[in-house]
Design a protein around this ligand. Structure first.
Ligand code: GSH
Length: 255
């Protein structure tokens, strides 16, 4: 049995949901409520000591870290493989996965928190906020830096520059390989793992980052959205614009 502990709107959870949908696997949706801190309970921390989602539990065995989970699923369920058949291709794809973990995945948190998620923390007292931050095994200092008013401009600027660079890198790769996917003809885990960042940017109103000047990324994005796995992953309530329509209509803020 496959169980996925996840949040509907978490970009890391969305990577894994895309893979599950691509492979048409049956899985139990263990949806957690982040506002209630359900990812920080002693029971959940036994599965994932980092106190983050997603966690896949396969026949009782917990597997953590979204890219690791994606690779695990692709190895154990080889149908519709999203891994190159040759060692060189696999090395190139893994280099992309490391880049995604190092650059766009952390960067997208800044506009996400400043535009939307920080609002959930504003109504807490200072003491309540500190307690919320301090109980996070991996993100304590990240939450303290954000505080209850959001990340400073220099952090936002650095994050947006990293995201611009990711889009440029995608465009270059699509030009070099000829597409239709990032590494060429095969739809791979690199395409999967880039999708939640691009979706979040679009959700936050930043589609102009590729629509102005990166037509290859625009076309890639249209192809991603045409796949049934996109619709399965982004069900109603899985995007900020569904869940926080009020916040999304009040202008761009710092993001
Ligand atoms: N490296 C981890 C990172 C997971 C992660 O940061 N998850 C976020 C949601 S996208 C989370 O659970 N955050 C919890 C929090 O902010 O308290 C992975 O790829 O699975």
């Amino acid at each position: 049995m496959l169980e996925l502990y996840n949040f509907p709107m978490s970009t890391c959870s969305q990577k894994v949901r895309i893979v599950l949908a691509e492979k048409q696997l049956e899985w139990k949706d263990r949806r957690l409520d982040s506002a209630k801190g359900e990812h920080l309970t002693p029971e959940y921390l036994k599965l994932n000591p980092n106190g983050v989602v997603p966690t896949l539990v396969h026949d009782g065995n917990p597997i953590i870290d979204s890219s690791v989970i994606c690779e695990y699923l692709d190895e154990v369920f080889p149908q519709a493989s999203m891994t190159p058949p040759d060692a060189l291709g696999r090395a190139k794809m893994r280099a992309w996965l490391r880049y995604i973990e190092e650059v766009p995945t952390p960067s997208i948190r800044y506009p996400s928190f400043n535009r939307v998620l920080v609002h959930n923390l504003k109504r807490l007292t200072k003491e309540q906020f500190n307690a919320q931050a301090d109980r996070r095994p991996l993100r304590k200092h990240f939450y303290h830096r954000m505080g209850q008013t959001g990340f400073p401009k220099e952090d936002m600027d650095a994050a947006m520059e990293n995201l611009e660079n990711t889009i440029k890198r995608m465009d270059k790769a699509l030009a070099e390989t000829g597409g239709p996917w990032i590494m060429g003809r095969q739809f791979l885990l690199v395409d999967v793992c880039l999708t939640p960042t691009i979706d979040r940017l679009e959700d936050l109103g930043h589609a102009d980052m590729w629509e102005r000047g990166h037509p290859r990324v625009t076309e890639w994005w249209a192809r991603i959205k045409a796949r049934p796995s996109y619709k399965a992953t982004y069900y109603p309530g899985a995007r900020f614009s569904d869940a926080y329509a009020d916040l999304m209509s009040v202008g761009q803020g710092q993001a």
